[in-house]
Design a protein around this ligand. Sequence first.
Ligand code: LLP
Length: 448
Amino acid sequence: MILHGTMSVNGKGYLGIGGCDTVELARKFGTPLYVIDEALFRQKCREYYREFIEKNKAEVVYAAKALLTAAICRLVEEEGLGLDIVSGGELYTALQAGFPVSRLYFHGNNKSAAEIKFALEAGVGYFVVDNLYELEMLNHLAKEIPTQVNILLRVTPGVEAHTHEYIKTGQIDSKFGLVIENGQALAGIKRALEMNGVKLNGLHCHIGSQIFELESYEHTAEVLLNFSAQVYRETGWVPADLNLGGGLGIYYAAGDRPCSIQEYAEVLITALQKNALKHHLSVPRLIVEPGRSICGPAGSTVYTVGAVKNIPGVRKYVTVDGGMSDNPRPALYQSRYEACLASKAAQPPVETVSVAGKCCESGDMLIWDIELPLVEPGDILVVSCTGAYNYTMSMNYNRLPRPAMVLVNDGQADLILQRETYSDLIRNEVLPERLKKSRRVNIAVCKV
Ligand code: LLP
């Protein structure tokens, strides 16, 4: 496993993160445990801040969907980034954490009237409008307040990013955004320009996630500016803001070759300037919405090894006390991860094993064929780069309580998310009075 951020092997031969011994963290907080390396999280925010905001007067909006808790909101705010939210729940979290509303960007392809009202009343800075239904509803609800709300219109540029089918979004056949090619996007712009409740500030698109080829972004910038030139000719309106979404890929396992944040910024800025110049348009303010490339490498998951099943000549299964419930990505996207035995971090690998989760699904495998030192029950296993889309997509399958999360820095570990308890699991359940006493009841027979 590659050591990310502040990871190191300490004097005891154990894996340390943020100056904390992971074996000790496992003992103190229990497992599975999400560990966030604060220094690495902040470092990534700062790289984005330097390359986009400082050098190029662009805006960086952290995508909350990748990882969000109150503590994460605080880090994002302290590092000077905005926040991309996609639901009433994310908005509520941001508000509770005191995040400045003017730097909230509200996305989502099916915002409900209740969510829109909530966001309008809170004074959310920008709405990223996904479709005409939402546009009409937003205009109507904004006028009721009354207010004029800043919007970006999400368009579908028809760019195919090279990434997993489920996480690409830029192609025409997508549930997101108004299609440029067939005129829907232009019609949306014209309609928005007629409205009093909204102020059309610019355009938004997002081509997908975990992207390694920067050419896809170059191409997207070109498509968006070609389109902007067409819109200008037809309406006289030019986008002040151009939000090109998130998606920068990260290293998960051998073979992954991510681009740096600096390269990403250079490619986007150059493409924007070049294409604006080509069309004699003023260069729009660039907005990017990184999620994974900020929080992904900063997160690790600490597990305890339980059952070890060896099938001679076939495979050795090493089972941990979590799995798809805290990290559904391998099961959903065949994602690959690296891991190490934190309790034997100084020992060389001696065997090839596969790491299984404890859920009742054969597909609940975290890592196939990984080389580790001799694995025994009780060992502490750490999977790296689990910061993005692990906790946010975690679930209670098999009624497994979700893990706790700690923020580590400089030898200090702070709990930022409590471990769920069994009582949390049944907290919202209601047992009707008539089921409290055991008895047999007559049922109406369904005729098929
Ligand atoms: N902006 C928009 C409009 C998005 O839809 C997304 C991600 C982002 C920004 C942030 O993208 P990032 O920089 O994190 O790649 N659950 C999947 C990823 C889904 C991505 C959804 N949208 C996974 O685990 O890989």
